[in-house]
Design a protein around this ligand. Structure first.
Ligand SMILES: Cc1ncc(COP(=O)(O)O)c(C=O)c1O
Ligand SMILES: [Zn+2]
Length: 441
């Protein structure tokens, strides 16, 4: 794959440029007050030649030289060896809590799934099993670059705190992101507050409590403006000094850095031209934005396809709005015309992708535009069928959100958009959590 280095952060909406050496550069400097129609995206420069990964089974080490974090660390004068061992030491701490550090997760052609979906031998379905990643989903990848950034800023005196006076981390989530954030926080003994819906219960909350997170329940208050009360409370806390430690580029751009690692990993494992399509489930959009950017930077020929459910599809609407207002690429300056909350109450078995706004829609639309990709909206029947099929024909204990990429592929096969000779990648991105969720077959 092509070698790149991160040069700077640039707001996709207003164009503000932030040097990659800037510590704690979570948000665009113009994203003031409650305005979140800004997102800093990583602007990379060609480094010349082919990329040679570092020799390591840890993808953050292997692809380190393309990370914005590595450019940030280099700007402090840290040596190449020190940068590598900083990642390895932090990974060891993660492993001590999570039971595993970051390792390449498996990807393979799933024979039975390929047969089930009517593919011929030349085509098929390749499944990347992210249920084996740290904290059971891909989310920890996004958060690991935020953590590395925090630890580096702290250890180099670039943050207004020290290890004894750390501000709380904050995240609004009641799912995989909260578990991943609380796992990484526990690994470095950093206090974290998780903002969850008032009635949240079950396996996720139990896990968060075990990990030592402070849970804050968020009922809607009479004087609240529209929007998710968990996000409102989260933002208030961040305004009061907490560190945004979530998986939305609009709240913390550094999640987008680590989100690319899974994409580079896939290209490295399978090759640049092995897949015709990569079908990725979209909630807030950081996942697809990261994978898509990695494909673009690696010079891959794979098309990014973004899946949402019929119960909540603001990205597909934004794609259409962008197309009719000047084009699907670089639509950030047209934010108000393209992206707004979904309106009707979002609902689906894939409840982890019901974000009523696709915060990272610009990155996803840019990547779909550059890779000749497109969005797909799956009917709920395909979401249910995908979850059942995943459990019937694969050994992976995936959640309905984690199998939603398969739902997108089922929809594409039903409608004939993807032929039986296509080579399609999907990511089973999250593990099923305990007894809450029965397996359908
Ligand atoms: C298992 C799983 N897959 C995919 C996603 C979607 O990621 P994003 O919100 O970045 O679009 C989520 C988000 O919660 C998830 O938990
Ligand atoms: Zn901006």
């Amino acid at each position: 794959m092509r070698a790149v280095v991160a040069g700077r952060l640039r707001c996709a909406s207003c164009g503000a440029v932030v040097p990659v050496s800037t510590a704690l550069s979570w948000r665009c400097p113009n994203a003031v007050g409650g305005d979140r129609h800004h997102v800093l995206m990583i602007d990379s420069d060609d480094a010349g030649g082919e990329f040679v990964p570092d020799d390591s089974d840890n993808p953050f080490v292997a692809f380190r030289r393309m990370l914005a974090w590595d450019a940030f660390a280099a700007s402090t004068g840290m040596s190449d060896d020190d940068r590598r061992s900083f990642i390895e030491r932090t990974d060891d701490l993660v492993a001590s809590v999570a039971g595993t550090g970051f390792r390449f997760t498996p990807v393979a052609r799933e024979f039975r799934l390929s047969v089930e979906l009517g593919f011929i031998a030349a085509g098929g379905v390749w499944v990347k099993d992210e249920t084996r990643n740290v904290a059971g989903s891909h989310k920890a990848r996004h958060l690991f670059t935020e953590l590395l950034h925090l630890l580096l800023a702290e250890s180099h005196g670039l943050a207004p705190w020290n290890s004894a006076t750390r501000p709380e981390l904050a995240i609004a989530s009641c799912g995989n992101a909260a578990i991943a954030a609380s796992t990484l926080a526990a690994a470095v003994r950093w206090p974290i507050r998780v903002f969850v819906p008032q009635g949240a219960d079950g396996a996720v909350i139990d896990t968060l409590v075990t990990l030592g997170a402070t849970i804050e329940r968020c009922p809607r208050r009479a004087d609240d403006p529209p929007g998710d009360p968990c996000v409102l409370r989260f933002r208030e806390r961040v305004a009061a000094g907490a560190v945004p430690f979530g998986v939305q580029g609009t709240e913390n751009a550094w999640c987008l850095d680590g989100g690319r690692v899974i994409g580079w990993e896939i290209v490295h494992q399978l090759g640049r031209a092995a897949l015709t399509h990569l079908v990725i489930q979209v909630g807030g959009g950081a996942f697809a934005a990261g994978i898509g950017e990695a494909l673009m930077l690696a010079g891959s020929t794979t098309s990014l396809v973004a899946v949402q459910t019929a119960g909540c599809a603001p990205l597909e609407r934004a794609w259409r709005m962008a197309a009719s207002t000047g084009g699907t690429a670089h639509a950030g300056p047209r934010w108000n015309e393209c992206m707004w909350p979904w309106g009707s109450e979002p609902a689906s078995l894939a409840d982890g992708i019901l974000d009523d706004e696709t915060y990272d829609w610009v990155g996803v639309c840019d990547a779909m535009s550059a890779t000749r990709g497109f969005p797909v909206v799956s009917p709920e029947s395909d979401v249910v069928a995908a979850y059942a099929m995943a459990h019937r024909v694969t050994p992976i204990d995936v959640s309905p959100t984690g199998s939603a990429g398969l739902a997108g592929l089922i929809t594409l096969r039903h409608t004939g958009v993807v032929g039986n000779d296509a080579q399609v990648g999907i990511v089973f991105s999250g593990i099923r959590r305990g007894v809450d969720l029965p397996v359908l077959r």
